[in-house]
Design a protein around this ligand. Structure first.
Ligand code: GBH
Length: 463
């Protein structure tokens, strides 16, 4: 079969964290229950033409009412960690003011169930569901939003700090800024290069303010982190134009976050590349130092690499003007149901790059996984062989990076459950557990059984 070619036993280090990941809007449902306010994703998903089939997260995987069942599923998988996100508008319906107790109680129940099951909770404060009222006030392009986020972080640290030891401020700020405000494929659906760059900066600021707040409000042993979807970008050739295309995408896709957060500076080439869009005067004295608040680890979400060449791409684009110089080449090889290329080397390349560029920063794969259609065999087993092959290849790449000195502490599989896949609605399934959205019945797929074995034996291959 597809994964038996790796015969050697690829063991992971003692204490390696094996997890699954989800996000609030994608699984919780209960969109108007217990005082939850609307988020930009409620608004966006109701806007005709924005989400496939007009799907919304109103019900999603109904996780809000099925916490115990879902934690029991994870207990059976044997995961050591579970990465979830907190819905900001469930806690602060307008993004401001006092917390709603019922909202906090939901996360207390979730966390208590996890701890009871021996699973470490890993909380992400922001996975894209900005309270709608904050968008009405200007959203992420508006500086004030960063300060509101830090207040919300404080509320969460006070509420859960006694039982959650691992915190992530933001999930993939690149997507929030550039898909949300640049090409408008994600909520709130705005298409403005300057708005996207302002959003990116205020997300960096928000991260730094929140990291400092969390540090002050949490016990000293708490771990504070940030998750980025770093782009594994390759030039099609060594021609100067192709190399420059890769540099541009690296600047606006990766270093726009890495440089502020780890070095307290903006990439000079990015400032130059975007001079026609903005003079960056929204960056105030001290902002970059704030963004560089010390953190304990970096989360990386990886799905596939990008191959770029000199040329042009369509507009509106998420690349803040770089689309006038960059063409995205179809990468060779097999594709997932998202039409994303399957290429585990991209993950290895990212990890060894970070090993070299960020020495001393522990790395965590906070998302990796794939969408595929599954099918039930005659006895009702849900088969997803391509997902198993994808996961195997990517874990082997992580192992290779570990062997080459990358300090990778854990791996979180995206995703525990089939869920609301943003602009694709329910048409794409990333879960290792199948969800029948008509009945909310959960059925573990073959990949779930495979992952449980990997965790039980502490790696790939024969025990
Ligand atoms: C993650 O986003 C999300 O955190 C998660 O919620 C989601 O369900 C999961 O992945 C699967 O999509 O925009 O031209 O660079 C990943 C989002 C997907 C953004 C690939 C960048 C590449 C095309 N990334 N995408 S481009």
């Amino acid at each position: 079969d597809t994964h038996s070619d790796v015969t050697a036993s690829l063991r992971f280090p003692e204490g390696f964290r094996w997890g699954t990941a989800t996000a609030a809007y994608q699984i919780e449902g209960a969109a108007a229950e217990d005082g939850r306010g609307p988020s930009i994703w409620d608004t966006f998903s109701r806007t005709p033409g924005k989400v496939r089939n007009g799907d919304t997260g109103d019900i999603a995987a109904d996780h809000y009412h099925r916490v115990d069942e879902d934690v029991a599923l994870m207990r059976r998988l044997g995961v050591t960690d579970y990465r979830f996100s907190v819905s900001w508008p469930r806690v602060q319906p307008t993004g401001r003011g006092p917390a709603v107790r019922t909202g906090l109680d939901f996360y207390r129940r979730l966390v208590d169930a996890l701890l009871e099951a021996g699973i470490r909770p890993v909380a992400t404060l922001y996975h894209w569901d900005l309270p709608q009222e904050l968008e009405a006030a200007g959203g992420w392009p508006h500086r004030e939003t960063a300060y509101r986020f830090a207040e919300y972080a404080h509320i969460m640290a006070d509420a859960l700090g006694d039982r959650v030891a691992t915190w992530t401020t933001l999930n993939e700020p690149w997507c929030s800024a550039f898909l949300g405000y640049g090409n408008g494929v994600h909520a709130p659906g705005r298409t403005s290069d300057v708005a996207a760059l302002r959003a990116a900066h205020h997300l960096n600021l928000a991260h730094g303010l929140a990291a400092r707040t969390l540090r002050g409000a949490l016990p000293g042993s708490a771990e504070v982190s940030l998750t980025l979807n770093l782009h594994a970008v390759r030039a099609r050739s060594q021609d100067p134009g192709d190399l420059d295309a890769a540099r541009r995408i690296d600047a606006v896709g990766n270093r726009i976050f890495l440089d502020p957060v780890f070095h307290g500076r903006l990439p000079e080439d990015l400032v130059h590349d975007t001079a026609a869009v903005t003079d960056w005067s929204f960056v105030r004295d001290g902002d970059l130092a704030t963004a560089a608040a010390p953190i304990d680890s970096l989360g990386i979400n990886y799905y596939s690499p990008a191959v770029v060449a000199a040329g042009t791409s369509e507009s509106p684009s998420p690349w803040a003007g770089a689309e006038r110089y960059v063409r995205f080449e179809p990468a060779p090889g097999p594709r997932t149901a998202m039409d994303w290329p399957v290429d585990a080397d991209g993950l290895y390349e990212l990890l060894v790059r970070l090993r070299d560029e960020l020495p001393g920063v522990p790395l965590v794969i906070t998302e990796n996984g794939a969408a595929y259609d599954d099918y039930a065999d005659p006895s009702g087993n849900v088969k997803d062989p391509e997902r198993v092959a994808y996961l195997h290849a990517h874990l082997a790449a992580v192992h290779r990076a570990l062997a080459d000195g990358a300090d990778v502490r854990g791996y979180f599989l995206w995703s525990l459950l089939d869920n609301f896949e943003w602009a694709y609605g329910y048409s794409k399934r990333f879960g290792i557990v199948h969800v029948d959205f008509a009945t909310q019945r959960r059925t573990p797929k073959d990949s779930a059984r495979w992952y449980a074995e990997v965790i039980a034996r502490g790696g790939l291959g024969e025990a």
